[in-house]
Each structure stands twice: as C-alpha cells, then as structure tokens.
Design a protein around this ligand. Structure first.
Ligand code: SAM
Length: 183
C-alpha cells in the first residue's frame, strides 16, 4: 500500500491545497490519504470525487500524525526541498516499497514540518531543491515511484468514465468504457 500523509492544515486557507493533495494521491496511484482531523471539508470533496470517478481510494482523518508516522510499519518517504534528489533515490525507494510489497508512507507538509518527521523518515526526498508546492512534489514523486505505470490504471465502481478525446468532452457509462482493448 502507498499512503500519503498530509501534515498540517489551516482551515479556509489550505482547503484547496489539502483537497488537491488527496485528489493527486488518488489520481496518481496511492491507495489512501491521511489528513489532519480539521480537514473534514477536504475529506468530503475527495470522497465525493471517488464515489463519482471510482476507486478504490480511502480518506482518513486523524489527529496523531506524529505517532502514526513513528509507528508506521514499512518505509517512510518525506518530501522536502532539503532532501536527497528524487532522481538519486527513486529506484531505492521503489525496491523497498512497491517492488517488495512493503507499505510506503509518503509525507507532505503544508505549514512548517517539525524536525521529528525528518528523523522518522527513511528518505527525505527533494523534487528539485527549490521551494514549490506539495501537490507538484507529490505528483512527480508518485510518477517516478510507479515508473509511469499508474497512468494505465483502471477504476472500479465509477459512475462515469471520461474517454480521452482529441477535442471536446466525452463521458460514458463504465460498462462501455473499459472494453477498448477487446474491440
Ligand atoms: N516552509 C515549509 C517548511 O520549511 O517546512 C514548507 C512549505 S511548502 C509550500 C509545503 C510542502 O511542499 C513541504 O512540506 C513539502 O512537502 C513540499 N515541497 C515543497 N517544495 C518541495 C520540493 N522541492 N521537493 C519536495 N517537496 C517539496
């Protein structure tokens, strides 16, 4: 399992960013996102998207991010601009998570991340060593972790499936969507 943990959430100000951390985790192959317990509104939006566009994907609200990280049985990767270069450590992280079925916890911050998380992490990973966004960092990290295979994924229990179009929008019933290979 790949679980994304969001540290910190300022209600109001961070609502969109926290929602986008969850939506990006879902779209790019993670199994679950763990949000701070004051991010209920973001959790609701992510669950609503999962109900409509499919899963499986779980959203959990917790108030014990530190203990959760400390007690994690598996590999921990913390995304930070101060970390090792993603291109130097991605193969190693993949070998110690998706390749050998070890659960992976991916931590992204919002507000300032306490030093405990740097110490608890098996890998502190920089997607460039430039300051940018947790959503962008997470997207690049997950794509490298899965080596692009997450882009081929199909979704279960969707109400609707978007069919890729050169122009315009086409949304179909799931029963009509996933038999493209057999046609
Ligand atoms: N100023 C905060 C600090 O020093 O901890 C970080 C703020 S930053 C907008 C929020 C989050 O984006 C960080 O906690 C980190 O997870 C992620 N992030 C920003 N730049 C990154 C980078 N170059 N590589 C990986 N993650 C990054």
């Amino acid at each position: 399992d790949v679980v994304v943990l969001r540290y910190g959430h300022r209600p109001g100000r961070d609502d969109r960013m926290t929602t986008h951390v969850g939506l990006t985790a879902r779209a790019l192959g993670a199994d679950r996102v763990v949000l701070p317990d004051n991010a209920g509104q973001s959790a609701e939006t992510i669950r609503d998207i999962t109900d409509r566009f499919g899963g499986p994907f779980a959203v959990e609200l917790r108030d014990d991010q530190r203990a959760y990280t400390r007690d994690w049985e598996g590999t921990v990767a913390h995304l930070t601009m101060y970390g090792e270069r993603v291109q130097d450590v991605d193969a190693d992280i993949r070998a110690n998570s998706v390749d050998d079925d070890t659960p992976l916890l991916v931590i992204v911050g919002g507000e300032k991340v306490p030093f405990d998380f740097y110490e608890a992490a098996d890998y502190n990973v920089g997607v460039t060593n430039q300051p940018h966004s947790e959503v962008a960092g997470l997207a690049v990290f997950l794509d490298r972790l899965f080596d692009g295979e997450e882009l081929e994924r199909e979704w279960a229990d969707a109400d609707r499936v978007v069919m890729p179009q050169e122009t315009g929008k086409r949304v179909v019933d799931p029963a009509d969507a996933y038999d493209r290979d057999e046609e």
